[in-house]
Design a protein around this ligand. Structure first.
Ligand SMILES: Cc1cc2nc3c(=O)[nH]c(=O)nc-3n(C[C@H](O)[C@H](O)[C@H](O)COP(=O)(O)O)c2cc1C
Length: 164
């Protein structure tokens, strides 16, 4: 799969069957995340890979729209030091990891973290030191039933040549 095909075929999956994701694949996702662009090359982003059922149950329970994390084989908790560009850096890392998941035949879904009221509780749960933000939680695993890519806004609606 080339990069364009990967971008074009990624979609969010919200139904998983409980099946572990091999560590080597999870490592590849984090490896893709760490290679993302970073403002001033500060590289503030770090990744906590949660595979234990108890931790995924905790994340599923606390998140408002991430109940499926309990069934997904893994959840990558993306955090970043609170730098000027932590959110841009974090988002770039997340997208890299999601695309890598698609390329490796895994399903994924970005679950909101930044600015959520539960962010602090999640950081505390995983023993994250002060000075870090929760960027996102990435459900990673294998679909229990087929998921489909939703329609996106058409190119002609979002593309402006030269001026708005
Ligand atoms: C910042 C952000 C937060 C998101 N949070 C959630 C979430 O909490 N739960 C969820 O099911 N999907 C979440 N998503 C996934 C979006 O709903 C999804 O990307 C969007 O509907 C487009 O679908 P697609 O990813 O299949 O293209 C989030 C996506 C982003 C970028």
């Amino acid at each position: 799969m080339d990069a364009i095909e990967c971008i074009n075929t990624r979609y969010s999956c919200r139904n998983y069957r409980t099946q572990p994701v091999p560590r080597a694949l999870l490592e590849q996702l984090v490896d893709a995340g760490r290679r993302a662009p970073s403002g001033r090359k500060e590289e503030p982003v770090e990744f906590i890979v949660a595979t234990r059922q108890a931790d995924r149950d905790f994340l599923a329970k606390i998140s408002t729209a991430g109940k499926f994390i309990a069934q997904a084989g893994a959840c990558i908790v993306v955090i970043a030091r609170d730098t000027t560009y932590y959110l841009e850096d974090g988002a770039a890392a997340v997208e890299n990891a999601l695309l890598a998941a698609t390329a490796l035949g895994l399903q994924s879904c970005w679950v909101a973290g930044d600015k959520k009221t539960y962010a602090g509780d999640i950081l505390r749960h995983f023993g994250v030191p002060a000075g870090f933000k929760l960027v996102a939680m990435l459900a990673i695993g294998y679909a229990s039933s087929p998921c489909r890519q939703p329609p996106h806004r058409p190119l002609a609606e979002v593309l402006h040549w030269e001026q708005f």
